[in-house]
Design a protein around this ligand. Structure first.
Ligand SMILES: NC(=O)c1ccc[n+]([C@@H]2O[C@H](COP(=O)([O-])OP(=O)(O)OC[C@H]3O[C@@H](n4cnc5c(N)ncnc54)[C@H](OP(=O)(O)O)[C@@H]3O)[C@@H](O)[C@H]2O)c1
Length: 354
């Protein structure tokens, strides 16, 4: 590419593990972004509850990292998100805040404000997609903006884009997934004789546990992912509250140890199906589709189950489709860099002509 690269300005809301890894990735990829995609990515705003940064002329992502070393707040005092967004003059909001403890849809407000300001949105925050997808998709359509959220469900593994662009015209009938690696880490550690608390601490140190780990342990993280994928790909119209959940707190050590001794893998498994479609019935007969149902529960996976080979930090989903049968997608070692990659891929997507 010979002409000078086009500037793409970002406003980052949330500057934690994923945002930092994303900035490091952007910095590393800067030559390729310019050469292959004709883009120069700059940060014009960043904000958290503890600090902010405003750079109307744009800063290189690496310079933003240097301005707020890990653990330190962004250099300026915090600003309300809507003011920061407006002042940033960004092209794209990168929404990387966390889901509130009470699930208040704060990030939904961030996304809607960005649409109103003419920005596209990229997010790894599952909250808005799980709880407010109908509202957000309508607002994106009415404002002519785009939103991508690949990292919300499988930490960067392509699922939404796989269904949208690759499994063209396939209907998603349901899915079965291991969506939460923190619970897999805990289950395997307990199986090896370690304590619940020690295993949770290890997941927190790796940056894979939710800000509030009870979201992982009580099945809310998996329920949010179930609702997000079901709402987007099955038009389910459910919320995480509709998902029947089993908490890891109710899975006793004896059960975990027995599963291990029996050569099975105990996992928190999410299952989503459309009533009447369990055996492809409604799809085949053309009868009206029933409501979508979802549950998250601990299950002993036999060795020949497609999700059984998934080790601790790995995630996987079996997509039940009408035209392609069952498609298995798995990510071995789903950690923060993979999530950041999903955000990066989404950014490239919204930078392409519509
Ligand atoms: N870690 C992963 O591997 C992974 C995988 C998939 C998806 N995700 C999702 O990606 C998002 C970011 O995850 P993370 O691991 O980077 O979380 P994190 O390390 O806890 O960072 C969250 C950031 O958001 C800020 N924040 C929280 N609430 C805010 C608010 N209301 N307004 C402004 N800033 C706010 C926090 O800063 P203050 O405390 O200063 O506000 C912090 O900078 C989350 O939604 C998470 O579920 C993460």
């Amino acid at each position: 590419m010979t002409s000078s690269p086009r500037d793409v300005k970002l406003c980052l809301l949330g500057f934690g593990n994923v945002a930092r890894s994303f900035c490091a990735l952007l910095e590393r990829q800067a030559p390729l972004l310019a050469e292959k995609h004709g883009l120069r990515v700059l940060v014009t705003g960043a904000g958290t509850r503890r600090g902010s940064l405003l750079a109307p002329d744009g800063m290189a992502p690496g310079a933003v990292l240097a301005a707020a070393p890990k653990g330190a707040p962004l250099p300026a005092p915090p600003r309300p998100a809507d003011q920061l967004l407006a002042a940033s003059g960004a092209d794209v909001l990168v929404e990387l805040t966390v889901m509130e403890e009470d699930f208040a849809p704060l990030a939904t407000g961030h996304i809607e404000a960005a649409f109103d300001l003419g920005m596209d949105v990229v997010t790894a925050n599952k909250g808005p997609i799980a709880w407010n997808w109908s509202r957000i998709s309508k607002k994106a359509a009415s404002t002519g903006r785009r939103i991508r959220f690949e990292s919300t469900v499988m930490d960067g593994l392509p699922v939404f884009s796989l269904l949208e662009f690759t499994l063209v015209d396939c209907r998603l009938l349901g899915f079965e997934a291991v969506f939460n690696s923190t619970t897999s880490v805990i289950l395997d550690a307990i199986g090896r004789g370690e304590s619940f608390e020690g295993a949770l601490g290890a997941a927190q140190d790796a940056g894979i546990a939710e800000a509030d780990p009870s979201h992982d342990i009580d099945g809310w993280d998996a329920a949010c992912k179930a609702a997000a994928l079901a709402n987007v790909a099955m038009d389910a119209g459910i919320t995480p509250a509709d998902v029947v959940k089993e908490s890891l707190r109710d899975v006793h050590r004896e059960r975990i140890v027995k599963a291990r001794a029996d050569g099975k893998r105990l996992r928190l498994v999410t299952t989503v199906w459309r009533e009447g479609d369990e055996a492809g019935g409604a799809a085949a007969s053309g009868s009206p589709a029933g409501p979508v149902r979802a549950r998250v529960r601990a299950a002993e996976l036999d060795i020949d189950h497609p999700l059984a080979p998934l080790t601790e930090e790995s995630l996987g989903v079996v997509l039940h489709t009408d035209l392609m049968g069952d498609v298995v997608v798995a990510e071995l070692g789903a950690l923060v860099p993979q999530t950041a990659y999903g955000v990066y891929a989404d950014l490239l997507h919204v930078c392409r002509p519509a």
